[in-house]
Write a protein that binds this ligand. Structure first.
Ligand code: SIN
Length: 286
């Protein structure tokens, strides 16, 4: 596939969900034509993968800023001297569940959740550690018109409470964890976003919910909300909507939180895994 900038090559993954981009060195400043191409490709494919990009942290920050301003990352202590970079690190002997081991869209409990997350691999275990992505756009498209009509006006309730709240999984954790998680009363709060979100660039609709952060549906009883959400979660993670990313060292992926959810698979006990993560600020979901 050719692009406006004529230097990058794009290999779309099946069903147009995700694409591998090559021909670029992300360590170097990108021309505005390349930046525009990447913005267009990212909006189209939702997950962009770049191999062979052993970026320094400065270069990762610079590339992130070429996509947009940094997002806000609550509840996890950033790297020392790097307020916008998280290190996702799990030691070989660590017993705590790997970070991100539940389907979620990053920080969807914020008023303005991040549009993009960038994740760059530093140390990749020889087994396990894949990242799975679910396509909320095709999952929405394939629903019946009757169900779409029912979902369209609904607002889903999002909260960080199950993870970072005072009664959440991290508060109850007994195993030592390398990453510094900040449990907070703030995380017990909740807000609502449209259950069906319209992408601000493509205009495509997507299911904007996740089992980790979506805790109910506004105006419905707990039982009613959970029944609908349980159906939708199972629908979204059917194999046809999933892209499974197998990591190599020095690779980078950039995903669109506005129309996807993701899940970090474990399976690498006994091995070190180190990733560096940044986010790009987003807008109020509509
Ligand atoms: C996450 O950002 O949820 C973690 C993804 C991963 O480590 O694969």
């Amino acid at each position: 596939m050719t692009t406006g900038s004529d230097i990058l090559q794009v290999q779309p993954y099946p069903d147009g969900f995700g694409a591998e981009v090559s021909g670029l060195d992300l360590a170097l400043p990108l021309s505005s034509a390349v930046q525009a191409d990447l913005a267009r490709l990212w909006a189209q494919y939702a997950v962009l993968s770049f191999r062979g990009q052993p970026l320094t942290l400065d270069q990762l920050e610079a590339f992130t800023l070429s996509v947009g301003p940094f997002g806000n990352d609550p509840y996890i202590a950033p790297m020392p001297g790097r307020p916008n970079v998280l290190e996702l690190r799990r030691e070989p002997d660590e017993k705590a569940t790997n970070f991100g081991a539940g389907w979620h869209s990053d920080w969807s409990f914020l008023e303005t959740p991040p549009a993009a997350t960038l994740l760059r691999s530093e140390v990749v275990p020889p087994v396990g550690g894949d990242t799975y992505f679910a396509d909320g756009r095709r999952a929405y498209d394939d629903l019946s018109e009757t169900l779409k009509k029912l979902l369209e006006p609904l607002r889903a309730v999002h909260s960080a409470r199950r993870s970072y709240g005072t009664q959440g999984v991290f508060a109850a954790e007994t195993e030592a964890r390398t990453m510094k998680i900040i449990v907070s009363e703030e995380a017990d709060k909740a807000l609502t976003h449209p259950l069906v979100r319209t992408h601000p660039v493509t205009g495509r609709k997507a299911l904007y919910i996740s089992p980790v952060y979506t805790v109910g549906i506004e105006g419905m009883t707990e039982k009613e909300g959970q029944a609908i959400l349980t159906f939708l979660f199972a629908h979204m993670i059917q194999p046809e909507y999933i892209y499974q990313h197998k990591w190599t060292a020095g690779a980078l992926i950039m995903w669109d939180n506005r129309c996807t959810m993701h899940f970090a698979k474990g399976g690498y006990d006994g091995h070190l895994r180190v990733m560096h993560r940044t986010t790009v600020a987003g807008e109020v979901p509509a």
